[in-house]
Every structure is written in structure tokens, then in C-alpha cells.
Design a binder for this molecule. Structure first.
Ligand code: COA
Length: 198
């Protein structure tokens, strides 16, 4: 299978993210376009969407999965990112290194298990390696079993577990993956990447 991936510029990509997040009932707080722009405006970032044909109308392609990654600096002004960097201290080496944060991403339910998220992840890794990023970090909750299984399958290692007072499900799991130059040669997905207009 060849995956079709669209890479978006910031403004139109943020609107696409807001739109596709409407399909994910399991996310308690969906991202707005303004939130996406606010987070990404001043940093290296990548907005990707995988498109697939509708089963009953193969001539119509729709976005079925997405992934947003961005640079994470040792010193952050944004309170949420500053807090994240603080929590990662001692687990992730920021010193003189380019660290990427895998912020948000998902696949629509009917299209899960078809490799779209692997394709998006591999494309983001290829982009990151080309830009000199050395490590990618991601955060999830213990209760997101699908995501944890998928991250393991994609080669992420747990670097920190943060217990939550309300129970094990809400506990946070931090994972990372080294972006070594030979990583890209081992990628498995065949992808066509197109750049969406602004
Ligand atoms: C996690 C998620 C993004 C995976 O997307 P997907 O497009 O179905 O993933 P893929 O088909 O690309 O699968 C990637 C790999 O994980 C494996 N995988 C997929 N779903 C899995 C599952 N539920 N359990 C175990 N492995 C799984 C696949 O076999 C594949 O491995 P392989 O390429 O080595 O065969 C999707 O299930 C999802 O959106 N879940 C809800 C999002 C969520 O939990 N968000 C919480 C916030 S972090």
C-alpha cells in the first residue's frame, strides 16, 4: 500500500487539525486552530495528514489521520512547554541537541490498523533527521492502551512514569526515540508526500 500524506503550512494546517479533531470523541479537550497556531508559530514544526479513499466512493479522498510535531527547547517561555521540559529534566538531554516533541496525532476509528500512523510517524522522522533533530519525545496516559502499544511498535522507549493521584489510568508515560541517521533507511512505509497550498 502506498500512503498519501499532505504536509500543511501553519495557518491552513491548523484549521485542518481543528476540523479533524471533531471526529475524535475520545479526546476530552480538542485543539482549536488558534491553539495550534499559538503553539507552532515561533518554532520548527510539521503538520501532516494522511488521506484515504472513501470505501463506497474511491474517487473521493478524505483526511483519516494526522500528526503534529514541533521543536522543544531547553528554555521555553510558554508555561505548558516549560512545565514539560521541567518534567523531562534528567530523562532527556537538551544540552546542545535538537529535541522534537510529538504533540498530537490520531487515526479515525474506521481507518485504524491500516498503517496510516506508521506512515505519518516515519515521514515526520525523515523530516526531523533532515533538519538535524536527534531525539523525539512523546507523552501519553497509562490508560491509552492503543497508543502505548503503537508507540512500542514504533520503537519508542519509556523514559519516565509519573504517578497520578486519581489512579493508574491517569498516570503519565513519557517516551522517546533516538533519531539516528540510519533510522530512515529502515522505514517500512511507501509514501507520496504532497505540499498543500496555504
Ligand atoms: C494509536 C493510533 C494513532 C494508531 O493509529 P493507526 O493508524 O491505527 O496505527 P497503524 O495502523 O499505523 O499502526 C502502527 C503500528 O502499531 C500497531 N498497532 C496498531 N494498533 C494497535 C493496537 N491497538 N495494539 C497493538 N498494536 C497496534 C500496528 O500493527 C503497527 O505496527 P506494524 O507497522 O509494526 O505492523 C490510533 O489507534 C488512535 O488514533 N487511537 C486513539 C488516539 C489516542 O489514544 N490518543 C490518546 C492521546 S495520546
Amino acid at each position: 500500500m502506498e500512503y498519501l500524506i499532505k504536509q500543511y503550512p501553519l495557518e491552513s494546517g491548523a484549521l485542518e487539525i481543528q476540523y479533524i479533531e471533531e471526529f475524535f470523541g475520545e479526546f476530552p479537550r480538542r485543539k482549536t486552530a488558534a491553539e495550534v497556531v499559538g503553539r507552532l508559530a515561533d518554532r520548527e514544526s510539521l503538520i501532516l495528514m494522511a488521506e484515504s479513499a472513501l470505501p463506497d466512493d474511491p474517487s473521493t479522498r478524505i483526511p483519516v489521520a494526522y500528526k503534529v510535531v514541533h521543536e522543544l527547547r531547553a528554555v521555553e517561555a510558554d508555561p505548558k512547554l516549560r512545565d514539560l521540559v521541567e518534567r523531562l529534566r534528567g530523562c532527556i538531554d537538551f544540552d546542545g541537541r535538537k529535541v522534537l516533541y510529538s504533540w498530537i496525532g490520531a487515526t479515525r476509528r474506521d481507518w485504524r490498523g491500516q498503517g496510516h500512523f506508521r506512515a505519518l510517524t516515519e515521514q515526520s522522522e525523515a523530516w526531523a533527521v533532515a533538519l538535524g533533530f536527534q531525539e523525539v519525545v512523546v507523552k501519553t496516559k497509562n490508560k491509552f492502551y492503543d497508543m502505548r502499544a503503537v508507540l512500542a511498535q514504533l520503537g519508542f522507549d519509556v523514559v519516565k512514569f509519573e504517578r497520578h493521584a486519581s489512579g493508574p489510568g491517569e498516570s503519565k508515560v513519557y517516551l522517546s526515540k533516538q533519531l539516528l541517521p540510519d533510522l530512515v533507511a529502515g522505514h517500512r512505509s511507501r509514501r507520496t508526500v504532497v505540499h498543500a497550498g496555504g
